[in-house]
Ligand binder design. Sequence first.
Ligand code: AVJ
Length: 322
Amino acid sequence: MLVHAIPTNATYEFAADVRDGLTRRGQKELPSKYFYDDVGSALFEVISRLPEYGLTRADERLLRRHADEIVDRLAGPVAVAELGSGSGRKTRWLLEALGRRQRTFYYPVEISRSALAMCERELSDIDAISILGFEREYLDGLLEVAACRKPGQHLLVLFLGSTIGNFDRPAGVKFLTEIRRILESDDSLLLGTDLDKPRVQLLRAYDDELGVTAAFNLNLLARINRELDANFDLGQFAHAPKINREARSVEMHLRSKCRQTVNIPAAELKVELLEGETIWTESSHKYLAEEIFQIARDAGFRCEEQWIDQQWPFAENLLIAE
Ligand code: AVJ
């Protein structure tokens, strides 16, 4: 696979974002996109196989079961762009269904180079598919994919795994609107959304018995140590998931076990944390199946069809650009 690499001021941006988030008045924050270095991407792969975390399996079940139906609803020919492909494992079913119809270009867009490499290994055996990976932020990558579009070709954008849940609701609509602007009418967007569930089930999914999610969360501090020469003592932080009922989200935090000062030289920063103070690292919003129709309309799409998994409530939504 040809990978279009990023021109790397990446460390500088990471340092700036860390500085920004940790110097906030009030709640300190770190952006969840930085979870996915090599270690974090590998840990997420493990999370997706944990019994408590049914999300990825539900997504894959729906795609496997309904791949032909989904493909039948697309105006062809199409090229496929996937935002945040991860390992690409669940995408196989769609690509195989498309490949039965025509030779198809598949463009995974990923900020994680190791995830892109995994994706290529995973999907390279599908004959009718050509893969071209973009190591890019989502919208930058999508713009480049759109620029490669051939006359008469439609785009199918995949935004699976409920990655949209990392945005709060208004930011999610804004992001979908930005995708819509890059698309033409009758292009489509397949959106995976995790549906709301009982509190205990959500807490277990984000606080598994083996501690893999805790390691995934703490790895963000380990990454800051590795890449920005910081001195976070991981033993002095605890993984702290919380349910935010109002926002209908699961929040992950890292709670400082004591009063401490951390040095982050590459961000020119000294951070003071109180005992019990938290750094907010991620939100995973959960949806009601009905609300997706309005979200789609607000962003300039119509939701043509929705497939729901009964075992682990999750919805695959096919949005068509109006
Ligand atoms: C990949 C963003 C969908 O929010 O559930 C898994 C990441 N965080 N466990 C999610 C994650 C904690 C995941 N997404």
